[in-house]
Design a protein around this ligand. Structure first.
Ligand code: SAM
Ligand code: SF4
Ligand code: SF4
Length: 335
């Protein structure tokens, strides 16, 4: 069965946040002033268990045909024994299972993730300049360790690796061209993400956004590019390839060129709430159903009802005023 929302958009991808905790404090995601020592993260008992997550994912697959699953967080690799969950999810037929990580723990974990059945990985990396990188993760984490993590993932066979770089003006925009140069020809796919007004804590201003067009122009001036066709309808990253055949890059222009009309994603928070938009102010609490002995049919019915009335298109209607809304934090529902 497939289900469509009020704009005729099907439900295709499920993003699963496995924890709201993180060992980084990226300035654009978990600023220290808010996520400090006293911040109350979710209690372990509140988190969905691996079995509960797998049940939900399997229902999304069996009843709605969802084949794309992405594990995220917080930092997914700080959740203990994550390999166990990966093995359970990898057992779902035809599933495309990926994970987004800050890369800090990959040296130790890449092999086990691969062995458990993970097929691909996305690593977030905002600069190659150690000083800039340490300032952005705000916990003084060295860039060299993330680069070693990327190598470990490559060796383990988690290819092709996607590298996500959030660009914030005046902070790391000087790293755009060096990053392109570094990853060109490696087979890894670098993707530039416009800095977004997710959550309510990062103090977002339009002036801080470097538009995708500008990012492409800056790279093109030194490493000539040409547009590439999308791989599939609804692909969020616009693809560009190097004219000399040395690979491709992507830009995710969620601010300057919204792609809501093709948005087929639903997000499951670590404590079991469903969000039909990254910028939602409210979720649907699925946990009482999952934990309360309800049948599969009842859970499916609730999800279907939620998706049918979905009318989210935040990025298309974003204004300076909407940026201040009390939206859910990205570290809570995942990117
Ligand atoms: N901790 C993991 C990581 O950093 O890859 C996974 C979770 S993180 C919330 C997922 C993605 O969201 C990362 O690539 C991160 O850079 C991106 N992100 C976080 N805050 C953002 C913002 N304000 N604008 C754009 N992207 C953001
Ligand atoms: Fe942590 Fe990822 Fe958010 Fe950075 S972007 S604070 S690594 S969850
Ligand atoms: Fe999807 Fe909401 Fe982002 Fe639009 S703003 S692309 S509806 S998550």
């Amino acid at each position: 069965m497939s289900v469509t929302d009020t704009f005729g958009r099907p439900l295709r991808d499920l993003r699963i946040s496995v924890t709201d905790r993180c060992n980084f404090r990226c300035i654009y995601c978990m600023p220290k002033e808010v996520f400090g020592r006293d911040f109350q993260f979710l209690d372990r008992k509140e988190l969905l268990t691996f079995e509960e997550i797998s049940r939900v994912a399997r229902l999304f697959h069996d009843r709605f045909g969802v084949k794309k699953l992405r594990l995220t967080g917080g930092e997914p690799l700080v959740r203990r024994n994550l390999e166990r969950l990966i093995a359970q999810l990898a057992a779902i037929p035809e599933v495309d299972l990926t994970l987004t990580t800050n890369g800090s723990l990959l040296v130790e974990k890449a092999r086990a993730l691969r062995d458990a059945g993970l097929t691909r990985i996305t690593v977030s990396l905002d600069s190659l300049d150690d000083k800039v990188f340490r300032a952005m993760n705000d916990v003084d984490f060295p860039v060299a360790t993330v680069l070693e993590g990327i190598e470990a993932a490559d060796k383990a066979g988690l290819r092709p690796i996607k590298i996500n770089m959030v660009v914030k003006r005046g902070v790391n925009d000087d790293s755009v061209v060096p990053m392109a140069r570094f990853f060109r020809g490696t087979g890894h796919i670098l993707r530039f993400i416009e800095y977004m007004d997710v959550g309510a804590t990062n103090g977002w201003r339009m002036d801080d956004v470097v538009p995708a067009k500008e990012i492409i122009a800056r790279i093109d001036a030194e490493l000539p590019l040409e547009p590439a066709h999308p791989n599939y309808r609804g692909e969020v990253a616009k693809r560009w390839r190097y004219k000399d055949g040395q690979g491709e890059i992507g830009v995710i222009s969620s601010v300057t060129q919204a792609f809501c009309r093709d948005c087929t994603r639903i997000r499951l928070s670590a404590e079991g709430s469903l969000y039909t938009c990254l910028f939602a102010t409210q979720g649907f609490d699925l946990k009482p159903l999952v934990r309360g002995g309800r049948s599969d049919a009842e859970i499916v019915e609730a999800v279907e009802a939620l998706w049918r009335v979905r009318e989210d298109r935040y990025s298309e209607i974003r204004t300076a005023g909407t940026a201040g809304l009390k939206k859910v934090e990205m570290s809570y529902i995942g990117g």
